[in-house]
Design a protein around this ligand. Structure first.
Ligand code: ZN
Length: 245
């Protein structure tokens, strides 16, 4: 089975459309690692699409905040404004859908799906040190995570008296997941990349060949930015899309 792995779409309809076009014909099934909404100007279009097309979706911190499951006290002021705007913009049906999303980890076909980490759905796995603490809980597993909006991940291994970890860079060559190895993989963010590349990020995982392909694709950035400005969302949210940060 070939999986299209989406994460952190963040209500960016243009980026989502471009990803689907770019990945067309190369996957059998879609999964989503959370943060369907928040930041972008199209929360309803994106949530409608996810509802109709993705069965396995776990919740992200923005999904929780935008449907009132969690307050925005830990959010920075711009993220908080965007969450409040999104909560008002969402239809009652879409708010209910987001409220019903499950918390990760979600077990799939030989892999785990989490938003932040296996221990905490809101945890950021930014550097190898963060990843190290996951090892006892994920040894020998393949885990897809999101939340940091940085494509790539971490390889973990048992070095006898301790665990070791190294960054996995998103190479253009497919990454083979050897049986029994411990890999944490972030497909990148569809709608708000933060790895200094503005193009939408996603991954395709083939569970038979055990290959992960990291992908980027250009999208109609100008339209996504204009919609954010027209909606009255903080303009910084439009600017950052072009910077990939
Ligand atoms: Zn996010």
């Amino acid at each position: 089975m070939r999986y299209l792995i989406l994460s952190d779409i963040h209500a960016n309809w243009e980026a989502l459309q471009a990803v689907l076009e770019s990945a067309a014909g190369r996957y059998d099934h879609i999964v989503c690692l959370g943060d369907v909404v928040g930041y972008g100007a199209d929360p309803n279009a994106v949530t409608d699409w996810v509802r109709g097309n993705v069965r396995e979706v776990i919740r992200g911190n923005h999904d929780k905040a935008c449907c009132g499951l969690e307050d925005t006290i830990t959010f920075n002021p711009v993220a908080r404004l965007a969450a409040e705007w999104t909560m008002n913009a969402l239809t009652a049906e879409n708010r209910e859908y987001l409220r019903g999303l499950v918390r990760g980890p979600l077990e799939m076909d030989g892999f785990l799906m989490v938003h932040g980490s296996v221990l905490d759905e809101d945890e950021y796995l930014i550097d190898p040190y963060d990843a190290l603490f996951q090892f006892p809980h994920v040894e020998g597993r393949l885990v897809f995570f999101g939340h940091t909006h940085v494509q790539g991940g971490f390889l973990l291994w048992d070095a006898g008296d301790r665990a070791e970890t190294a960054k996995t860079k998103p190479s253009r060559d497919a990454l083979r997941i050897a049986q029994g190895t411990t890999q944490l993989i972030n497909p990148g963010s569809v709608g708000q990349p933060r790895d200094f590349v503005w193009q939408a990020g996603y991954a395709i995982y083939d569970s038979e060949s055990r290959l992960v392909e990291f992908q980027r694709c250009s999208y109609d950035l100008a339209t996504a930015q204009q919609k954010i400005r027209d909606a009255g969302l903080p303009p910084a949210l439009a600017d950052r899309l072009a910077l990939g940060r």
